[in-house]
Design a protein around this ligand. Structure first.
Ligand SMILES: [Mg+2]
Length: 275
């Protein structure tokens, strides 16, 4: 088959070899990976063709998982497929529509109220100076979006600094993503920890992870770790873009040059997975 993207010929054998191991799991980030980044999280929709390829993937993979910084319920609403497992809040929450089970990591529960309080203080301090700054409470975490401010880079720096000042005395963590600053509980759970836990619980022998952002690097590293110890054959697929951290492409096994390649890549890949 012709090259789907530069370097495809080199990674195709790797993908095929990993697919041979069962049970196999397909993990994907949502925003920036299977949906274009939108001005607001509510405005984001799946790329054309993604819903159909996920419908097929749930029949050929033993597990399909959407992994997101969104709340798990919001991730499920957005993707709209009841047969997936949803890992939300960067790993702190899982939701399985098929069973209705929605689980928040227990250690995070005591921090939900302080986190809400911190978010309100960040808004009170910064929203008057940065019109367009958007606060998104998500239960176990919260996001502060700078994309719609007049100077997102400057806004992000200030939001990051002020949020850290407010969060530190409350024992909360602060992280950064694509034009977003995140408030999190001080719990050592990230996308990598959550993905590794699911791989072990389900006994997956191969796992594929698609992601576009700094927070996805934790999942890439978890896959590499599991692969090195022989637990599971992992393949990390980076979706490159102008705002991507350099490690995203250097730590991936497969690099898609941009998000426009994702539907075609997944269509090809899921077609190879037919039993
Ligand atoms: Mg993303």
């Amino acid at each position: 088959m012709s090259e789907l993207f530069p370097g495809f010929g080199r990674v195709e054998p790797l993908m095929r070899a990993a697919l041979a191991h069962r049970p196999r799991g397909l993990f994907t980030d949502i925003d920036g990976t299977i949906s274009s980044i939108a001005p607001t999280p509510e405005a984001a929709t799946l790329l054309p063709g993604i819903a159909e390829v996920l419908d097929q993937a749930v029949t050929t993979f033993d597990l399909v998982v959407a992994v997101s910084g969104r709340s798990a319920q919001d991730a499920a609403r957005m993707v709209g497929n009841a047969h997936l497992l949803y890992i939300g809040n960067h790993g702190l929450e899982t939701y399985e529509p098929a069973s209705g089970a929605d689980t928040i990591y227990p250690e995070a529960l005591p921090f939900i109220a302080p986190l809400q309080h911190a978010l309100e203080r960040v808004g009170a301090e910064l929203q008057p100076h940065w019109p367009g700054l958007r606060l998104e409470p998500k239960g176990a975490t919260a996001s502060i979006h700078v994309r719609n401010t007049s100077d997102p880079a400057a806004a992000e720096e200030e939001v990051y600094r002020v949020t850290q000042d407010i969060a530190a005395p409350l024992g909360l963590r602060v992280t950064r993503g694509r034009m977003v600053v995140e408030l999190r509980p001080p719990v050592e759970v990230d996308k990598g920890v959550a993905v590794a836990a699911v791989i072990r619980e389900r006994g997956l022998r191969s796992a594929f992870y698609l992601g576009d952002d700094r927070t996805d690097l934790d999942a890439f590293r978890a896959l590499r770790h599991l692969t090195a110890e022989g637990a599971c054959q992992g393949v990390a697929v980076a979706v490159a873009h102008d705002e991507a951290p350099a490690e995203l492409t250097t730590e991936a096994d497969v690099v898609l040059p941009n998000i426009a390649q994702v539907p075609g890549f997944l269509r090809w890949f899921v077609a190879q997975s037919v039993p």
